[in-house]
Design a protein around this ligand. Structure first.
Ligand SMILES: *Cc1c(COP(=O)(O)O)cnc(C)c1O
Length: 500
């Protein structure tokens, strides 16, 4: 089998192994690790159609992570995709009207980040062993709500790791906060900070960059790592559900093997949709990838004009996980459409850093044909939730509703009626208040908790375990701190003693 090696998109590190790239996270030059080629699937879609989710995931992971053994990968997969998911199919494909929804929200935190963050801890620990890293791995993260909880759930009680998450004390939703402060696991620690998300993020970055702190960690046989979305160990597991979805369509007789299908993907950091692009290159017959944005439509503008411009107002929307102006994973696509040219990629990223925008060449723009950009504003997002609920009785969360709207825009504009899969990234129970308000004005002004019962009655969708559990679980994490105190708090949790 041909080995896959990884290169930095900015050129400094080349031909490293998957296990190195996973433990490292980001390349030393600030670039992202990308595979030197995209491997092809070995099995036919018919054969994949008879496999379980875990087996399909293995078929994908083994092609990318070629320095892992079969036993290692299977152990990672079994540890990740188990009873933490409340659906035996892990990523079920549901047909509603003329559309198929790929439900990626059946994991511990009822959003799609679980698909990657449930396996990353296992991949990271296996990779650390292969890299002969004996230190305890300490994951340090700042969160605006979603990623922190998914990382906590993934790393809880994983041997050889600890995880510390900082969140803005008054800046997350009631359900998000309750999810975090009730987190189980002896190796987990959650702290609310007096400040906003940027304060938390900057505090974490300062600790990462503090050399004296790193030295004290080392002396205590510990080292920091990061679980953020640019780790290749998060991206590759996401390719699996696109392969799985296509194989299910074939098995169900919805498409003939080889017939192209379109995917509409609610997009923020560009990780999910990039995984779809990789799946296409592996051999999944993908037609168009509809890149769906909310009011922060920087990607929509980029796909239309070839100019990526983050000099604009940041909008707070009811699809907060897509409120992003810098889509980190887009760098991996730029590298690809620049003909794998790290010099060109580096130049564009430097332009973004120094002037707040960049423009790609016409040749690069010509290679964006796989994508179609569309967006939904707030009113359109709510209208989509109401329309699908009233018409089909199926309740979309606001992120998925953005993708639904974008998919209809695409179909109207192009007349392309090929089979369409809408990628569904969160359970409506994660965004109870905004979802309920969209289906009835009478629900306006009530909070997430108050509306859980009501959502259950109106939709008939059982309340997920993830929600009932946090409502019943005791609060374990009560600590708060000022932003200046973050280093001391981390040192105390890790038993490093006072920081001078
Ligand atoms: C993170 C997230 C997204 C955006 O995914 P990207 O991979 O960052 O593009 C969309 N929906 C939900 C619910 C998310 O949590």
């Amino acid at each position: 089998m041909q080995q896959v090696f990884y290169n930095s998109t900015r050129g400094m590190e080349e031909k490293v192994t998957a296990s190195y790239a996973i433990t490292q996270g980001l390349a030393k030059d600030g670039g992202l690790f990308v595979p030197d080629h995209i491997p092809a699937l070995e099995q036919s879609m018919e054969a994949l159609g008879d496999m379980t989710y875990q087996e399909v995931a293995y078929e994908v992971l083994k092609r990318f992570f070629t320095d892992f053994t079969e036993e290692e990968l299977k152990r990672c997969i079994q540890g990740a995709y188990d009873g933490k998911f409340d659906h035996k199919e892990i990523a079920p494909l549901v047909k509603v009207g003329d559309l198929h929804y790929l439900e990626l929200f059946h994991g511990a935190t009822i959003a799609f980040k679980d698909m990657a963050l449930s396996i990353l801890p296992y991949l990271m620990m296996t990779a650390a062993k292969k890299q002969a890293i004996e230190d305890e791995i300490v994951i340090l993260a700042a969160t605006s709500g979603d990623t922190g909880k998914a990382a906590l759930a993934g790393f809880a009680d994983v041997e050889g790791t600890r995880i510390v998450v900082f969140y803005p004390k008054d800046g997350v939703s009631p359900i998000q906060k309750q999810q975090m402060v009730t987190q189980q696991g002896e190796n987990t620690y959650v702290v609310g900070i007096e400040g906003n998300f940027d304060d938390a993020q900057n505090g974490v970055k300062r600790i990462f960059a503090d050399e004296a702190f790193a030295a004290r960690m080392k002396a205590n046989h510990k080292q920091f790592s990061s679980a953020n979305s640019i780790n290749i160990g998060r991206l590759v597991p996401q390719v699996a559900y696109y392969v799985y979805a296509y194989s299910r369509l074939v098995k169900a007789g919805e498409v003939r093997s080889g017939e192209a299908v379109n995917f509409a993907v609610p997009t923020g950091n560009f990780g999910n949709i990039l995984a779809a692009y990789y799946a296409k290159q592996m051999g999944v017959p993908v037609g168009k990838l509809v890149c769906a944005s909310n009011d922060n439509k920087v990607l929509y503008d980029f796909l239309r004009t070839g100019v990526y411009d983050r000099r604009r107002e940041f909008m707070l929307t009811i699809s907060p996980s897509m409120d992003i102006l810098i889509s980190s994973n887009l760098e991996r696509l730029l590298y690809e459409i620049a003909g794998q040219d790290p010099g060109e990629t580096k130049r564009l990223m430097e332009d973004l850093q120094s002037q707040g925008y960049y423009e790609i060449t016409p040749a690069m723009k010509g290679k964006l044909q796989d994508f179609f950009g569309a967006f939904a504003d707030e009113a359109q997002t709510k209208a989509a939730i109401a329309q699908v609920f009233e018409g089909e009785g199926y309740l979309l969360d606001p992120h998925t509703a953005v993708a639904y709207h974008a998919c209809r825009r695409y179909q109207e504009e192009t007349g392309d009626r090929r089979t369409m899969v809408v990628v569904s990234t969160a359970s409506p129970y994660k965004f109870t208040a905004s979802t309920m308000e969209a289906i009835g004005q009478e629900y306006a002004g009530q909070d997430d908790f108050e509306l859980v019962e009501c959502m259950n009655e109106r939709s008939g969708v059982p309340v997920p375990k993830a929600v009932t559990e946090v409502l019943e679980s005791p609060v374990r994490h009560k600590d708060t701190c000022k932003k200046e105190e973050m280093p001391q708090v981390v040192a105390a949790f890790l038993g490093l003693g006072e920081v001078q």
